[in-house]
Design a protein around this ligand. Structure first.
Ligand SMILES: [Zn+2]
Length: 302
């Protein structure tokens, strides 16, 4: 089983990327039209297609594939997916679009940042230009009477990051704008790789808060209620990390020491500490990169 029902119009598909359950997801919105939010990487496209099958959605019926940003875990599989969805268009932010058409540079950068993990994600296939829609901020796609999906530009995690807001159910699909949510632990791990533009990130969070959402749908991973208080908590968490890392950098602490200080002071990281140890992807990639983001940010600041 890959698909879980969230409401009459929205399902979550667990992509089980690289064999990890409950770590990377796509959302399927279906009324008269069908949209998929996030593709995951190429290696888990078969799981996404299996999820669509469970939902009884024909590949011809999908109209839109929307990605929050072009990092491989969110959009690396867009080309492979569109190959299977003959009528779908890809909705990707302006600054990300050209890398979907010609992914050579994206591949090289991903390999540099992610190392061996790219092999678990698989190749990035190109998307032909005539299948791409570049949205304006707040562009709205009505999938029917009840499903009204708005594109919300939320730069910060990446220079081309966008989120999606379904207005009727007040559901916010926030990509990586709200960190990684670990539902079993009710903990959040920041996603702040370099180059970190903290102020931009914070103002994007404020913009999302203004929407007054009811439910957050994290790409990593799953739905969570009390959306507004979660957005506030994430904003505070980022401020805390900025302070701790700035102090640590000033003292000349190494990465391990900095991490230990974060775990000590951030209740969310304290809850997640043991789990992170068991999770290669989180430990080797996400957490270290997030700390690096703050280290570089604090150096620029001084
Ligand atoms: Zn991500």
């Amino acid at each position: 089983m890959y698909a879980t029902k969230l409401n009459d119009y929205i399902h979550l598909i667990d992509l089980k990327t690289a064999g990890y359950d409950s770590f990377n997801g796509s959302y399927v919105l279906k009324e008269d039209n069908v949209a998929i939010i996030e593709t995951g990487p190429t290696s888990s496209i078969p799981n996404l297609l299996a999820g669509l099958k469970e939902l009884d959605i024909q590949t011809e019926a999908v109209d839109y594939v929307m990605v929050s940003h072009i990092h491989m875990d969110h959009a690396g599989g867009a080309g492979a997916l569109l190959h299977n969805l003959p009528n779908a268009k890809l909705v990707v932010q302006n600054r990300g679009a050209r890398h979907m058409v010609d992914p050579a540079k994206l591949w090289v950068n991903s390999k540099r940042v992610l190392g061996e993990i790219v092999d678990l994600y698989g190749p990035i296939l190109p998307v032909s230009e005539n299948r791409i829609i570049i949205p304006e901020d707040r562009m709205q796609l009505d999938l029917g009477e009840h499903v009204k999906l708005q594109v919300i530009e939320t730069l910060g995690h990446a220079s081309h990051h966008q989120s999606f807001y379904e207005k009727t159910s007040r559901t916010l699909f926030l990509g990586d704008a709200g960190g990684i949510f670990l539902p079993k632990l009710d903990a959040v791990i920041p996603t702040t790789p370099p180059p970190l533009h903290l102020e931009t990130k914070q103002s994007s969070l404020e913009k999302l808060t203004q929407l007054n959402p009811e439910m957050l749908c994290y790409t990593h991973f799953g739905p969570a209620r009390n959306a507004v208080s979660r957005l506030h908590a994430y904003s505070k968490q980022l401020a805390l990390w900025a302070r701790v890392v700035a102090e640590s950098t000033e003292k000349g602490d190494d990465l391990e020491t900095t991490y230990a200080k974060i775990v000590e002071l951030d209740p969310s990281m304290k809850k997640a500490e043991e789990f992170i140890k068991t999770h290669t992807m989180l430990r080797q990639s996400v957490v270290l990169q997030s700390i690096q983001g703050f280290i570089q940010y604090s150096r620029k600041d001084t």
